[in-house]
Design a protein around this ligand. Structure first.
Ligand code: M6R
Length: 611
């Protein structure tokens, strides 16, 4: 996903736009660009971070106006070049446009526009949209709002856009379909952004655009309509985002901040939802669907990346504790596999952002086939939250680090609560539920104990930092944890890592093991402990170096491995919430030791809004 910020008001736009853009940089950071209206349209673009654009602007005049827009890009159509960076312009009227999303029929539109004599300078779908608005502009009475509406009627795909035009120097037009966009309302000023994080420093009074909405904004007011020009009344709300939540607060990186926030974010996630005394879970979002969940025949959990790993743990929980058939699906595969959805199927879309295109597509496929759709989402009001029948928010606060940490934990905690909500209504005894809820209440304090070991986890990680291939192995509930440990390491340290069930290793991957290869085993006390010990010996016998995540008090394991990282004792179904913490820290310290930009890993973006 890319980031958009636009401003119209009485203040100098440039600094305000750049400040907002920096807050959105985690969404994409290949290149950045800005357009400011100052009598005429001035555009500057730069490859690289927002700081590169800032440096360039220091050498340029003409960027002093109070109407403008800007963008930070995660490349989809066309490579990372200045010509492909946004804003894109039309070739006739001084129209500048920034865009998040994909124009799917851009190729046909480009052919049409070329036949009309337009010349393109980039490989992007966005330039096609700018050109189309320009092509329609004159024929619609030189009215930017009308031209944007008309152009969007021709477009297939997803968009959040902001548009300005030299011929209408007091107008900003914005629109959305399938990609978030918010309008913040200040005193005679408006700040538009694809993420509330860029707005809250200026105002908390805002509204989110609905799909197919177009807003024309001037300094004296705004008008909201559909792309068919039907007036719409937006729902203005207070943004519930605290500036502190989106600032580093003394930490060197958002990822580290978010790892250390996990005790508190777990408390927030569970607050008011679990009652250990009565063995009860209360999930307001599901209360109207309790019967459907009690009678559910099958649960399909669908997601991508880290969220999929959380979903896999959810599957184990649901089968084990709620005794319901459950399966997990890569959202990207599910949609195209002609899936069988029978009566009584519940589909659960798990997503931090709620904007992941693959997950949205899978969700809609399941809904079309008659499944009850639930969302397990962090971002309030996101597309998945809106498109599901019901759901449970994570309540872990904004996650800025590209590598997901506290959202993973929140997803696992929410899936645990949904499982217990179902299990109690199916066949779990109050005593069993009470026991697990008591253990859940202790999770935050236990995470704190693991975090105290951060310096030791750092030392252990640094011992292996020159190794290019790592294995992460676990069984049962901690097989997905092993996958998550491997993904974290890959994402930010660029070390090759594979996660797999510990028992699977001997069926082939064992051939990879050579002298000194690090193998991280999740070897906490549980049903498969002895079996994991055997797998550890298989690795050691071939020269591998074993780092074990083990249960406090298990002194015996130290005789079998090279390094041990301890986690407090916990009921097995809840163990991933503790076992993942040392793995998150290992990934962080590995990336740091290798000198990488932890919060902005290469090639990644926080939320992937293209299929
Ligand atoms: O926003 P979502 O949870 O739907 O995102 C899904 C994945 O793109 C995401 O978890 C990704 O794998 C992260 N980079 C993991 O750290």
């Amino acid at each position: 996903m890319c980031g958009i910020v636009a401003y119209i008001g009485n203040k100098p736009a440039k600094s305000l736009l750049l400040e907002g853009l920096k807050r959105l940089e985690y969404r994409g950071y290949d290149s950045a660009g800005i357009a400011i209206m100052n009598g005429k349209l001035n555009v500057a673009r730069a490859v690289g971070r927002v700081s590169m654009l800032e440096e360039k602007l220091e050498t340029l005049d003409g960027f002093d106006g109070s109407l403008g827009l800007c963008h930070t890009r995660w490349a989809t159509h066309g490579g990372v070049t200045e010509l492909n960076a946004h804003p894109h312009k039309d070739d006739k009227h001084g129209i500048a446009l920034v865009h998040n999303g994909i124009i799917e029929n851009y190729s046909a539109l480009k052919t049409y526009l070329k036949e009309k004599g337009h010349t393109f300078t980039s490989e992007t779908d966005t330039e096609v949209l700018a050109m189309l608005i320009g092509e329609l502009y004159e024929g619609l009475g030189s009215d930017l709002e009308a031209a944007v509406q008309a152009a969007l009627r021709e477009v297939d795909g997803a968009y959040a856009i902001a548009v300005i035009c030299e011929k209408e120097p007091d107008t900003l037009v914005v629109a959305r379909k399938g990609s978030p966009l918010f309008v913040g309302i200040g005193a005679e000023e408006y700040i538009v952004a694809s993420d509330a994080a860029a707005i809250v420093a200026h105002t908390t009074h805002a509204f989110a655009l609905d799909d197919y909405n177009v807003v024309k904004i001037t300094r004296s007011g705004f008008r909201t309509s559909t792309i068919h020009n039907v007036p719409v009344t937006p729902k203005i709300e207070q943004l519930e985002l605290d500036l502190q939540q989106i600032e580093l607060g003394g930490y060197p990186h958002f990822m580290l901040k978010e790892i250390f926030e996990q005790p508190q974010s777990m408390r927030n996630c569970m607050s008011g939802r679990i009652d250990a005394k009565d063995g009860r879970v209360t999930l307001g979002g599901l209360s109207n669907f309790a019967k459907d969940l009690t009678r559910a025949k099958k649960v399909i959990l669908t997601a991508q990346g880290t969220a999929l790993h959380a979903a896999m743990i959810g599957r184990y929980l649901m089968e084990d504790l709620a005794k319901v058939q459950a399966q997990t699906e890569y959202a990207s595969e599910f949609r195209y596999r002609n899936p069988i959805i029978e009566d009584g199927t519940v589909v659960v879309a798990v997503s931090q952002s709620g904007e992941t295109a693959d997950t949205i597509a899978a969700l809609n496929e399941a809904k079309d086939r008659g499944a009850l759709a639930l969302g397990v989402v962090n971002v309030v009001g996101s597309s998945i939250a809106r498109q599901t029948d019901a759901g449970v928010y994570l309540r872990v606060g904004p996650e800025i680090g590209v590598a997901s940490t506290k959202a993973f934990l929140g997803q696992v905690a929410v899936l645990t609560m949904i499982t217990l909500f179902m299990a109690r209504r199916r066949m779990m005894s109050a005593d069993h539920c009470t026991d697990l809820l008591r253990e859940m209440e202790q999770i935050p304090a236990k995470i704190e104990r693991i975090l105290e070991q951060a310096p030791r986890i750092k030392r252990v990680t640094e011992k292996y930092i020159d190794r290019e291939n790592w294995l992460f192995l676990g069984r049962g509930y901690n097989y997905p944890t092993a996958l998550e440990g491997a993904l974290k390491l890959k994402e930010i340290s660029y070390i090759h890592a594979e996660g797999m069930p510990a028992a699977e290793m001997k069926h082939g991957p064992i051939a990879l093991i050579n002298e000194g290869m690090p193998a991280v085993f999740i070897a906490n006390k549980g049903r498969q402990y002895e079996k994991v010990l055997s797998n550890i010996h298989e690795v050691r016998a071939r020269g591998g170096h074993v780092i074990a995540v083990a249960t406090e008090g298990d002194e015996h394991i130290a005789d079998h491995v090279h390094d041990v990282l301890y986690i407090p004792e916990v009921a097995e179904p809840l163990s991933p919430m503790l076992a993942v913490i040392p793995l998150q820290l290992m990934a962080y310290y590995a990336a740091l030791a290798r000198g990488h930009d932890v919060d902005k890993p290469r090639n990644l973006a926080k939320s992937v809004t293209v299929e």
